[in-house]
Write a protein that binds this ligand. Sequence first.
Ligand SMILES: Cc1cc2nc3c(=O)[nH]c(=O)nc-3n(C[C@H](O)[C@H](O)[C@H](O)COP(=O)(O)OP(=O)(O)OC[C@H]3O[C@@H](n4cnc5c(N)ncnc54)[C@H](O)[C@@H]3O)c2cc1C
Length: 266
Amino acid sequence: MKIVVLIKQVPATDKVKMDEETGTMIRDGIESEVNPLDLYAIEEAVRIKERMGNGVEISVISMGPKKAEEAIRSAIALGCDKGYLLTDRKFAGSDTWVTAYTLALAIKKIIGVFDIILCGERATDGETGQVGPEVGAYLDLPVLTYVSKIEKIGDDQIVTHRAVEGGHEVLEAPLPVLMTVVKEINTPRMPNFSGKMKAKKAEILLLTADDLGADEERLGLKGSPTRVVKIFRPQVARKGKIVSATTDPESAVDGLVDFLAGKAII
Ligand SMILES: Cc1cc2nc3c(=O)[nH]c(=O)nc-3n(C[C@H](O)[C@H](O)[C@H](O)COP(=O)(O)OP(=O)(O)OC[C@H]3O[C@@H](n4cnc5c(N)ncnc54)[C@H](O)[C@@H]3O)c2cc1C
């Protein structure tokens, strides 16, 4: 069985700044890490391998700058087998649709025949949650989103739970399949010493646009149909009311009740 895990390297901070001129993220000088939500996809792939044995091969693919090699090594330290980084200036400025095109092309080219593609629910920087399903669309695969449990993997079909408000749906799909997973699916492990050693020695294959045989018109900013028209900080329109309970809690409670009643909230 062949499993592909798609991971993104993201800034290790929730204070991402945007370049208001270009509409892109400012990544210089910011520490990076594996997208935290991709750790659940990595963990699930490793668990499948542990359950099904050594016939399972896990490949990790990321598109990003050379630095994203660190993220791929982290995934190998956690139990993945092979790592591929798609890196080329021609990929710069890609929107989600072009990111998905490039990733799908790489999967076809490098992996060929596969059974499962695992993605995180969303990236903590871009936060669109679009790339996984878009890769599925490019590869014409059934897409299972918000997967919270894999119940069974058969020879040619998979049964999963999909998290929905207040419960879950049971979904069945033929293989090959693309899944995006949510936090509830597992608890990611920490890397052990032998994993770290394996990651250090692993050869990460770097692939350019030429290696993928990509249509240059469909790459990077040029190929991206999305345009960031304007970036701004939203103004908080409502003014809050501060009620201090330090000196006179009773009148503070009365004040709060009056305020909420005045807004018809209670
Ligand atoms: C017009 C425009 C210009 C942009 N320019 C730039 C730019 O110059 N530089 C820049 O860094 N970003 C740029 N972006 C942001 C870029 O589109 C997103 O970072 C990228 O497409 C992923 O989208 P996301 O972060 O919303 O991921 P999501 O869709 O939220 O990610 C979901 C899952 O998809 C997988 N995934 C996502 N991205 C990757 C990846 N790169 N490799 C492997 N797996 C992945 C992961 O499993 C992840 O959990 C631009 C966006 C737009 C709209």
